[in-house]
Design a protein around this ligand. Structure first.
Ligand code: FMN
Length: 213
């Protein structure tokens, strides 16, 4: 089983990266294969709302999105992490998540049954709101979110400092969350392999191709 962590900060060795890697270390200790994915050098444009994905069965924007989305599709666990920008998740990460949801549905490439958790980091405040945004993304994508001892938030980055290693409570939260995530991934593995039938065709429910004409 594999878990990926997608970092929505463009700062190399930044605070978000630090907490995501702490989580990946915890997952690795539980026997889960891991990969850290930085969006730092990636171009991911915002969704154009063109509905082109309905016909093309993938996003029509030609940038680095498909490469990242392919990794999301093959992972069993997806952690998304973001620095807090004005009380919200970064626009780079948000662009990825909105396109993953829409083009994923339009093409039938669902993230259903995977396990995941958000990580947000701020100098002072806004982590809870940004986490809430990310939790809504997990929910609509039918991704199971394990609970934790606290919200997965870090406190770091005054005046741009890369000082996440000083947030000892944040580090403990990430470690706890990682173990929970590994347990839930293992518990759901057998369930996922049965390819459980879903009560409705969510593609049809979400998009009415006739109505788009
Ligand atoms: C554009 C921008 C907006 C920010 N907004 C907030 C904010 O609303 N609340 C806060 O506490 N910190 C805010 N910060 C600080 C960052 O969240 C903080 O420095 C974080 O640790 C950076 O993470 P990184 O090192 O992974 O890039 C902001 C920083 C930037 C660049």
């Amino acid at each position: 089983m594999k878990a990926i962590a997608i970092c929505g900060s463009q700062r190399e060795n930044g605070n978000t990266e630090f907490f995501l890697k702490t989580m990946l270390e915890g997952l690795s200790e539980q026997g889960i294969e891991t990969e850290f994915i930085s969006l730092q050098d990636k171009t991911i444009m915002p969704c154009k709302g063109c509905y082109g994905c309905l016909e093309k069965k993938q996003c029509v924007i030609d940038d680095d999105f498909e490469e990242i989305f392919a990794k999301m599709m093959t992972a069993d666990g997806i952690i998304v992490g973001s620095p807090v920008y004005v009380a919200r998740a970064s626009s780079l990460l948000s662009a990825l998540l909105e396109r993953a949801t829409f083009s994923g549905r339009a093409s039938g490439r669902m993230l259903s049954g995977k396990v995941g958790a958000p990580v947000t980091v701020a100098r002072r405040t806004g982590q809870a709101f940004a986490s809430a945004e990310l939790l809504l993304w997990y929910f609509i994508n039918d991704i199971t979110i394990p609970g934790s001892m606290y919200w997965n938030i870090g406190v770091a980055g005054a005046k741009g400092a890369k000082d996440a290693a000083n947030d000892l409570e944040g580090i403990e939260i990430m470690k706890y969350s990682a173990v929970n995530m590994a347990h839930v991934m293992k518990a759901l593995q057998a369930y996922r392999q049965t390819k459980p039938e879903k009560p409705v065709d969510r593609n049809t429910l979400f998009f009415d191709p006739e109505a788009q004409k």
